[in-house]
Design a protein around this ligand. Structure first.
Ligand SMILES: *Cc1c(COP(=O)(O)O)cnc(C)c1O
Length: 366
């Protein structure tokens, strides 16, 4: 099987998604399954949907189109504000989108009208992390403009924290979002379907608290795929952290000095740190590098330690043991490493088990 590769265990992803859907269900919160880190992979979307997620979300129109081409029929939200230049594609493939700019919503309305559809809009509110969002004082005005557009249905409000500055979602920010939703409903005499409280970083708040207020949806990617809480990257109790692993192959294995010889300057990626002298040590090189993965985001299998990386090489130590050339080693990727590996054409993606209905038994490789 080709290396480097991502081994993707659908059963474990299903387990993770199902555990989160069930426990959030007890808090009255449904889950939007976010597929962007998996580039809109239909098999992952199926695993999420079979686990009970209510809808799917992705930040790229290309990924949403991939899902539609594979006949995924669940509701899909575009969770990054659409580019005006892509309004027609967004309306064609996504049921709804997250928005912060009236000009964009006008374009979406025009595109929807010309195809005789209504496009759903969730208005994102800025609550402190300073990424996307309408300032709370401007929300009512934006709602009233969106409300008047013939191709648009205002479906709800949402917020996103923890992504730019790591602002932690807490009771205060969630209460603010609930209060904004209440006031929009009262002012416009409508019921919002969606009050989307945030991403995987909201789980501690959701599980630690019974006052979910009007929050009825969370958008989850990382927690379901990697089994970790993005706030501290700790494993979430009961979830698998090895549903996705990166596998790479040893191409050189030698005993070498632990310190370099000669005067040193910047290395290929600017690193200037030199390790302490541990004498001669076994060193192995794997055929994977920064072009394929973020090496700082890899956790090696037990007994193996990552000691350096360049574009095409990952250097590891494995105690006293010399690893035979050709050995495959596995690593758990963090979100950054996963994103890059999914996006690298040099890393194959192996999904197990194959989807029901695909004939020859065995993994699918892409
Ligand atoms: C990526 C993204 C998510 C999912 O975040 P995770 O941390 O992977 O759960 C949710 N909402 C928005 C707006 C996003 O861009």
């Amino acid at each position: 099987m080709s290396v480097p590769r991502l081994d993707i265990d659908l059963r474990k992803i299903h387990d993770n998604a199902s555990a989160l859907v069930d426990s959030l269900g007890h808090c009255g919160i449904s889950v939007t399954g976010v597929t962007k880190a998996m580039l809109g992979c239909p098999a992952i979307a199926d695993a999420f949907l079979q686990a009970g997620v209510r809808s799917l979300g992705d930040s790229r129109i290309e990924n949403i189109e991939t899902l539609r081409t594979a006949h995924v029929s669940a509701p899909i939200a575009m969770i990054r504000s659409p580019m005006m230049s892509q309004a027609a594609r967004v309306v064609a493939s996504a049921d709804s989108s997250f928005n912060t700019e009236v000009e964009v919503i006008q374009q979406l309305s025009a595109a929807a009208e010309s195809t005789g559809k209504k496009h759903g809009v969730v208005l994102m509110v800025e609550l402190g992390d300073l990424r996307e969002g309408i300032m709370p004082a401007d929300l009512e005005c934006t709602v009233s403009e969106a409300f008047r557009l013939p191709g648009i249905t205002v479906r709800g409000v949402g917020t996103n924290l923890a992504c730019r500055y790591g602002v932690v979602p807490d009771q205060e920010s969630m209460d603010r979002l609930s209060a904004l939703a209440d006031s929009i409903e009262a002012t416009f005499g409508l019921t919002l379907d969606v009050v989307s409280g945030g991403n995987s970083a909201n789980l501690k708040w959701a599980f630690g608290n019974v006052h979910t207020g009007k929050i009825n949806d969370l958008r989850l990617g990382e927690s379901m795929l990697l089994g970790r809480d993005p706030v501290d990257r700790r494993p979430i109790a009961g979830l698998h952290t090895d549903a996705i692993t990166l596998v790479a192959e040893v191409i050189e294995s030698k005993i070498k000095p632990s310190r370099p010889t000669g005067a040193t300057a910047q290395a290929a990626f600017g690193d200037v740190s030199i390790p302490g002298d541990r004498g001669l040590v076994p060193q192995a090189i794997l055929a994977v590098g920064r072009q394929d993965v973020d090496p700082d985001g890899l956790q090696a299998q037990p007994g193996v330690e990552i000691s350096g990386a360049s574009s095409d090489h990952l250097i590891v130590h494995s105690g006293r043991e010399r690893l035979p050339v050709g050995t495959e080693l596995w690593f758990e990727p963090n979100y950054s490493a996963l994103l890059r590996a999914m996006t690298s054409p040099f890393v194959s993606k192996v999904i197990r088990p194959v989807r029901a209905g695909n004939s020859p038994a065995g993994p699918t490789e892409g």
